[in-house]
Design a protein around this ligand. Structure first.
Ligand code: NAD
Length: 291
């Protein structure tokens, strides 16, 4: 089965990356969010990102290299921006990227279930919420899979794929095909809150925020230790700014709630920064200031 028409739900940091990557690999995309303002901003950001990422040669794999020469306008033409879920009634595949809040996702999935074709696979791009839990609010648990994309999506060739309790082999194969079409590969893991990546990463970032809160070192020096001593490309606080501090907080709260283990309690400084609207790159300020 060749997947042609893809629904992308949520037009934030991840949704716009997924939509762009799909359009650049010649898919027809329906991008859904809750307001026209958010969708206008998404269109603007996709246009900027295409220009910026055009400078990088090795990004989204062979399939999209063919389309790299296309103008931002040609790529954006392949994306339909809408606040109306009804447009998802004949999509082949859905990638869900709404806010990392169970209260939001548990409303979104039954809606998708009632609108999308019965054989449509739902890929949850969540940071930490268990895929089995997401599947439980649909009538197609076998067709729900986790695809944890990396940020920025068009630049990252590898994803973490998560098999929920009821996810079928056919669904895994369909999701793998979707990724191949997007120029990506995956590492398949079993379902657990935070999966492999974020069970470690969110704890690391949260602990780095505690270090800053305890004035053990500055943000710059905390990050420098990871980059200069461990050879990481980015430090934990820079990574937090890239992901979004709100998403970090929601994810660590999901881990805290699911494992019921105090090691996942969020740092008060992280909570304060989110309350202050310091979300990182997307708001212009987090641990660092962005122009
Ligand atoms: P974000 O806050 O930037 O965007 C979330 C978007 O979802 C917003 O535009 C919001 O308006 C929209 N939304 C909320 N309710 C909705 C609804 N009912 N219908 C449609 N849209 C709705 O968040 P993000 O960083 O893009 O994260 C999205 C998902 O991807 C989360 O589950 C997150 O954990 C996961 N994720 C994030 C990253 C990252 O680096 N930011 C990486 C991998 C996975």
């Amino acid at each position: 089965m060749n997947i042609k028409k893809v629904g992308v739900v949520g037009a934030g940091v991840m949704g716009i990356g997924v939509a762009q990557n799909l359009a650049q690999t010649d898919h027809q995309v329906i991008l859904v969010d809750i307001s026209e303002n958010i969708l206008d901003k998404a269109k603007h950001e996709i246009r900027n990102n295409i220009r910026f990422q055009g400078f990088f040669k090795k990004s989204v794999g062979e399939a999209s290299q063919r389309h790299r020469q296309e103008s931002p306008d040609r790529i954006i033409e392949k994306i339909e921006f809408s606040t109306n879920y009804k447009f998802l009634e004949n999509v082949d595949f859905v990638v869900e990227n709404t806010t990392e809040k169970w209260d939001i996702k548990r409303e979104v999935y039954p809606l998708l279930d009632s609108i999308c074709p019965a054989d449509c696979v739902f890929a949850a791009n969540t940071s930490a919420i268990p895929i089995t839990r997401i599947a439980s609010v649909t009538k197609r648990a076998d067709k729900v899979v986790g695809i944890h994309f990396m940020n920025p999506v068009p630049m990252k060739p590898m994803v973490e794929m998560i098999r929920g309790y009821h996810t079928s082999e056919t669904t895994i194969e369909t999701a793998k095909q979707m990724l191949t079409q997007m120029g990506k590969e995956c590492i398949l893991v079993n379902d657990s809150p935070g999966f492999v990546s974020n069970r470690v990463l969110m704890l690391t970032i949260n602990e780095a925020v505690f270090l800053l809160q305890d004035q053990v070192a500055t943000a710059e020096d905390i990050d420098k230790i990871f980059k200069s001593c461990f050879g990481h490309k980015m430090g934990p606080l820079e990574t937090a700014d890239l992901i979004g501090l709100d998403t970090i907080l929601f994810s660590i709260e999901v881990l805290h709630e699911n494992f019921n283990d105090s090691k996942y309690r969020p740092s008060p400084l992280l909570k304060k920064m989110v309350d202050a609207g310091l979300y990182g790159r997307k708001s212009g300020q987090g641990f660092y200031v962005y122009q």
